[in-house]
Design a protein around this ligand. Structure first.
Ligand code: GSH
Length: 231
């Protein structure tokens, strides 16, 4: 049975998983959920993921959510060598660190500042902007300290899949990254060395840009957390 991948459009965590599936050439069956229809909030979906979030994989009955856990699982199970998710203790610890950093700080703040206000009735606040700058500055410092081409090592790892989708969200709103030269260089290297991965991200970045210009009408949604914009 092919692996089933539950994804949704312009979803950064789904895109991180998509990059990994593509990189590892894993065959999968796509369940492309329409976020606006709220399928992921149904009790049916909650049986698969009690957090009611996308992405999710189902690998022959083994269901796993949380994109970082999915990336780690896919790399451990399907990678033919150790580059994507190194076994070396310290290299692996740095990859894990960057994944935790993305989840707790980097993507979290980018999502609060750039993404959530596109879809829901959130203002783009100075506080969220400040936290985004701090996160970018942290990432720039990490790149400076390791002196590596990619986020944790000199080659691409699963951490770069997450960090790239996060920064793509900032690119979608034309965010000025010039204060973070090493982040800019890392992002440019990623695009140049992995055009096939960038090809997955770019169209979805353009979807985010379109949502920024014309917020989608989600006024029919009853969301348990996010304030829905009235049409
Ligand atoms: N930490 C989770 C976050 C997943 C997440 O928030 N996904 C969004 C779509 S991009 C979602 O399903 N949100 C639920 C909702 O907004 O109702 C992960 O990395 O997989």
């Amino acid at each position: 049975m092919p692996l089933k991948f539950y994804s949704t459009l312009a979803s950064p965590p789904s895109l991180a998983v998509r990059q990994c599936l593509a990189y590892l050439n894993i065959q999968y069956e796509l369940e492309d959920l329409d976020y606006s229809s709220g399928t992921h909030m149904s009790e049916e979906f909650a049986k698969k993921n009690p957090q009611k979030e996308i992405p999710l994989i189902d690998d022959d009955g083994f269901q796993l959510s949380e994109s970082n856990a999915i990336l780690q699982y896919l790399a451990d199970k399907y990678a033919k060598d150790q580059t994507l998710y190194p076994k070396d203790l310290k290299e692996r610890a740095l990859v894990n660190h960057r994944l935790c950093f993305d989840l707790s700080t980097y993507y979290r703040n980018i999502c609060d500042y750039a993404v959530n206000p596109m879809f829901f009735d959130y203002p783009r606040t100075d506080l969220a902007l400040k936290k985004t700058h701090i996160a970018l500055s942290n990432f720039n410092t990490y790149l400076e300290r390791t002196g590596t081409k990619y986020a944790a090592t000199n080659h691409i790892t699963i951490a770069d899949f997450q960090l790239a989708t996060s920064i793509m969200c900032l690119e979608s709103i034309n965010f000025d990254l010039s204060d973070y030269p090493l982040v800019q260089k890392w992002y440019a290297t990623f695009k140049q060395e992995y055009p096939e991965l960038w090809k997955l991200l770019e169209p979805e970045m353009l979807v985010l840009t379109a949502c920024e210009k014309n917020p989608p009408d989600l006024s029919h949604m009853v969301h348990p957390i996010h304030p829905v914009r009235k049409s």
